[in-house]
Structure formats: C-alpha cells, structure tokens
Design a protein around this ligand. Structure first.
Ligand code: 8YV
Length: 318
C-alpha cells in the first residue's frame, strides 16, 4: 500500500499522475476536514501539500504521526512552526526564486499605479467624472525618485533591478548590510523611510517582522511618501496604515497583502489614495506553473532521495 499525500491545494490530473507512483493523493478543503478523516487514514499520511498562505496548526500536524515531508506552494514559510517541524525532522520544501520576477513586477505595477493614479483615473472616467468634473488631479513622477527597499533579499534585488530602468536611486534596510550590492544601506528603518519617496516592503513575514512598519515609520515616510507592500500583511501595522492613509500622513499605498486575507479593512474601500490587490503578486500562468512544478518536484525528490529539492533554510537536514 502506498503512503498518502494529503493536499490542502486543488490537485490537477497532471499533479496526480506525477505523484501517483509514490502516493495516493487525498485533497481536503480545510484542516478540519483533514482532522475528520479516519485514524487509519491519518496514520498512512506521510506527505502534506501546503501553501505559503495556509496556516497549518500544530494540532493538525500532531494528528499525522507518520508525516515525513511537507511541500509548500510559495516562498513564504510563515505558516510553519520552526521548532515543531525541526523537532520532528519533517522535511519542508518550498518554491523560492521562480516567483521573483512576477512579484517584483507587481511591486512596480503598484508603485506606478499609486504615483500615476492609473486605477483611480480609470474609476474617474468610468464614473463619467471626466465629463462632469474635468481635468483629473495631477499625480507624481516616478523616474529619478528614490526607492527604499525594506528587505533586500532575492525579491528585493529584482525590484531594485527594475528601478534602474526608471533611473531611481535605490537605498535599503536589512538586519545587516550586504557587501555584494551597489545600493546604499541605511541602518535605521525610520531613516530609510524619511529618505524614501517610495518605500517597498519585501521582507519575510512571521512574528519577528510583525508590525515592523508602524506609525513611527509611516510618519517618517511622510505626506509625500508612498508605501508598497508585497510581503505579508502582518509586517505592517494595519490600523496605523489605515489611519495614515485617512489623515494623509502618507500620500498613498499599494497593497497586495493583508493581515486577515481575504478580508481587507473596509475603511480602505472609501479611500482613493490606495490601490488594493487580492494577493496576486505570483499569480501569473507562467509563475504559478513553475511554482507547481517545483512543489511537485520536492515530493518526488524526497521519495527518491529522502530530501526535498529545495528546503526552507532552517529545515535543511542534508
Ligand atoms: C502564495 C505567496 O504562494 O509565495 C508566497 O509566499 O504568498 C504566494 O505566492 C500564493 O498566494 C498561493 O498561496
């Protein structure tokens, strides 16, 4: 009898064909649905297909006594508890790098949209206001401005690369300066915000970065500054952000991520100085295809070699 792979994602025929030499695949819609499976089924589960945006509780993992490998669809691994996973030596694979271009593209789409008011002006035309109210209010120029990146990792580097085409001055803040980049390091996040026209958040999520972008950082960004978040909702103090947008403490924001997805603070719907996307940074046919291939490959690699192809940094036991 083959072991079971429990999938929290919709699996395609193609996925099942690729996995079928190694596993019997069972898809579930929720952790509760999984917990309701018969004990003998849960005992046969050796693999879990998860996602970067699906929280996986310890209670759920405890119900899978023979779980050996998780492959998570996405680059963020904040749903997984490090000490629990490493304590059980569960292999944890993920899908970094293949999404860098698309996430950086969307960061720039949001940045351009905030500055040049593409979405807001589209609404203006559709609502007939071009006819009734006349000329649309002026936006701000992007080319030649200064871009502050919070978290200059692999995605941050792709955002910086795109900024070159707009002749932007790129500065960044990380826990430690990098010695391999041509961009200016700013030791304090407040100072980075003060110096930036556009502040892009590209850090990992998780408790250590929770509310990193707080009221003080937003005040430092100031009434001419824009915040772009393609990282995780929790990295920004959402209440402070809503207040800053309402009071025009900052000029505007472009947001792809929220604390309680798919719920977005309704106060944002009233505001014209925010562009809201439903967590789509990696959502292109090409990138999602590459993520899926790598996620499946992680399982196959594990079945053949006992290690996933690409492990999250703290779950690399090889
Ligand atoms: C999700 C993401 O994977 O990669 C990440 O960390 O947040 C996204 O790419 C995607 O929304 C599917 O869950």
């Amino acid at each position: 009898m083959k072991p079971i792979l429990l999938s929290l994602l919709n699996t395609t025929e193609q996925d099942i064909t690729a996995l079928s030499p190694y596993y019997d695949v069972i898809s579930i819609k929720s952790l509760d649905e999984g917990l309701a499976l018969p004990a003998e089924t849960l005992e046969r589960v050796e693999a879990l297909f998860g996602a970067a945006t699906r929280q996986v509780s310890i209670e759920f993992l405890d119900a899978l006594p023979n779980l050996k490998v998780i492959s998570s669809f996405g680059v963020g691994f904040d749903p997984y508890d490090e000490s629990y996973i490493t304590g059980r030596k569960i292999r944890l694979g993920y899908t970094p790098d293949v999404l860098n271009d698309c996430v950086a593209d969307l960061a720039f789409a949001l940045l351009l949209d905030c500055a040049r008011q593409v979405s807001a002006s589209d609404r203006y035309v559709r609502e007939g206001r071009w006819v009734t109210e006349g000329i649309f209010p002026l936006g701000v120029q992007v080319s030649g401005k200064r871009l502050g990146i919070v978290g200059l990792g692999r995605i941050g580097m792709e955002i910086a690369e795109r900024a070159k085409g707009f002749r932007m001055d790129v500065i960044y803040h990380n826990r430690n300066p990098r010695t391999d980049v041509p961009y200016r390091y700013v030791e304090s996040l407040i100072e980075l915000a003060k110096q930036s026209d556009f502040l892009v958040v590209a850090t990992p999520g998780g408790p250590s970065n929770a509310k990193l972008i707080n009221q003080e950082v937003l005040e430092a960004l100031g009434p001419e500054g824009y915040l772009i978040n393609i990282a995780r909702g929790v990295v920004v103090d959402e209440d402070a952000l809503v207040a800053a947008l309402q009071s025009r403490t900052i000029a505007g924001a472009g947001l792809d991520v929220f604390v309680n997805e798919p719920h977005v603070p309704e106060a944002l719907f009233e505001l014209d100085n925010v562009t809201i996307c439903p967590h789509i940074a990696s959502a292109t046919i090409e990138t999602r295809g590459a993520m899926r291939d790598l996620a499946i490959e992680n399982f196959i690699h594990f079945s053949k070699h006992g290690e996933v192809k690409v492990a999250v940094p703290w779950a690399n036991y090889a």
